[in-house]
Design a binder for this molecule. Sequence first.
Ligand code: NOJ
Ligand code: CA
Length: 533
Amino acid sequence: MTRDTAIAASPCAWWQRGVIYQIYPRSFQDSNGDGIGDLPGITRRLDYLRWLGVDALWLSPVYPSPMADFGYDVADYTGIDPIFGTLKDFDELLAETHRRGMKLIMDFVPNHTSEEHPWFRESRASRENPRRDWYIWRDPAPGGGPPNNWLSEFGGPAWTQDPATGQYYYHAYLPQQPDLNWRNPDVHAAVHTAMRFWLERGVDGFRLDTVHHLFEDEGLHDNPPNPDFRDGMAPILAYTRVHQMDLPQVQDVLAGLRQLTDAYDDRVLIGEVYLPLERIVTYYGTDLQPGVHLPFNFHLIGAAWRASFIADLMVRYESLLPPGRWPNWVLGNHDRSRVASRFGAQNAALACMLLLTLRGTPTLYYGDELGLTDVPIPPAAVQDPWELRVPGFGYGRDPVRTPMPWDKTLHGGFTDGTPWLPLGGSHGDVESQRNDATSLLRLTRDLIALRRRNAALSEGSYGAIESRGDVLVYERVAGSARVVVLLNFSSVTVHTPLVQGQVILSTAGDRAGEHAANLVALRPHEGLICACT
Ligand code: NOJ
Ligand code: CA
């Protein structure tokens, strides 16, 4: 059976069975020597992604942008920034992705625009401008100063005063990223039109940026002080931001975006939601008012690297999922420390096996298949506005956005010019790992292939989930197919019971076919997938 017919034969949608791969376009492949990755560069590397076996590519934003937040400040929702190429380049990337049986998911940023977006330029021009109400404008507080105590994610007040009218505008992130006013129906219509533009072009869905921020309290109540705040903690933690995010009105907006997307065949909506699990699951919406198909579950990123912690997390997430909703897991992204740095390089293979055997759609961050580590960036070379505005708390994201090392040539084959961020780290490059049967890259590929052909892994339910000391053990079951995953989180060999099974895959790549019964030996940081009867 070919790869595409295997997917077609499944009752699950592609975004349920498939593996999503996040590309940070600035850092994937440069094609014109300016040191910044671009769309033709990604097209050039599609055969690699096809070889790896991923099903869908999600591109961080490639829209025209002044790049104050590296593309998350969008100045035109229906164009491509010249740094990344042209619309023609985009169409070619889309066609070539589809030709290889893969899907393409766009990032979309509905919460805010760039200050250079024509909508905001008009909005700020005068109080009477027809687009004034497209953003959130308020008078200064009675004694002067910002309207209330709300803070920006990226440091400082969430309000900036505009000299033209003396009023303040609200921005959950940078002052260069003014928040749209989703209480205005014209904003809905304009954003829907922009999303339709891409759906008509054939994109397979959207990853919606920071949807929990879409609404703020209309009465502008001050946030209450955080009782757990202590000296030395990041200033943003001084308040509990109850009035600034996760308001019920978000659900109506998501339902509207879902309706729009559902008018097209087979598309997916993913929501970025940084909230506790019990809040994340509300972003699926209800049967009457569906929200996104997949609210990103980031809780693996923040997890303690312990078998018992992960087992509890899996059980808790499953118990919170609304009936019929599909789970998902994210191991790394462009905002958080890389998995090999977070959990240690010795755990990278184990983490990869975990991600690709959990129930639900996995999202893999580019470079994590090589075990890339965070690359230290000297203070003078920092580019990330978050680190520049709030230094010293480990918020900097440059270290996790460094160029993909493709081979051993200068700059790893990423660019002929000077890379916008340095390459670094001690892991191998794509070419060398491809030729090494024991590499993380080859393991990742084997895991993806196994997941694809094994219904218990791609679609199955869980059997038992348990932690036995440092070993995490769980079963995946579909019909008569039963698979047991055993992951040793410790740095010593551990023996753990297994009734009867045959090893399908080890993180070390060397035990396939081994018969396992009674007690299985797991080497330090080793994971095993066993077929069981
Ligand atoms: C979340 C994105 O993942 C992050 O990179 C960005 O800076 C903020 N949203 C603001 O758009
Ligand atoms: Ca380039």
